[in-house]
Design a protein around this ligand. Sequence first.
Ligand code: CDP
Length: 212
Amino acid sequence: MNPPAIAIDGPAASGKSTVAKLIAKELGYTFINTGAMYRAITWYALRRGANPADAAQICALLPEIPLEFGKDGTCSTVLFEGRVLSAELTSPETNQYVSTIAAIPEVRAYLLRKQREYNKVEPVVMEGRDIGSVVFPDTPFKYFVTASPEERARRRAKQGLTDSITERDKKDASRACAPLTQAPDALLVDTSEMSIEQVVERIITDIRTKLA
Ligand code: CDP
């Protein structure tokens, strides 16, 4: 049996990264940001001059892709030529194409293996879009973190980012392969009127009850 896996899903700018990081810290588990994995593939494909809309071109890059999915302390990282990717992952070009590339089934299958590998050796808090529905369908710890579209737009603007989260959410929710969805057994946490501390508390309480 694998160590515990906490699945945190939700739309863009719902606050799930912040919350997932804090929960991981509190539990002493490793935090895995799967969005960064999709973003890294997108960044690399664009750097190689591939057309994001041409799935065959993107798939051809996968077998030799020089990205390393590792971790730094208790946080997942993506390395390229020994360097941790960071600002590249939230560039306007990456934001623009990540949902297109994340819709390619082969890309998802490739990353699914990497994501599950993390949990073979240690407990994880993993955030994304399909963690409770596809990556860890059997985990009892599933949380769907959301907020009203207005509140999410406000939070995104506060981060200084202006990417079109509505468009990305629409693409993520409507794709055929592993769409953004609330797993039927996930606990819905609407954070529109909640502080970060309240959200963390709500989820940690549920995890501790289930672990006991
Ligand atoms: O930070 P934000 O919530 O805006 O996005 P992210 O978590 O970094 O994810 C970026 C994009 O990667 C999403 O819009 C999805 O297209 C894709 N993604 C996915 O398809 N499945 C995941 N498990 C995580 C991200």
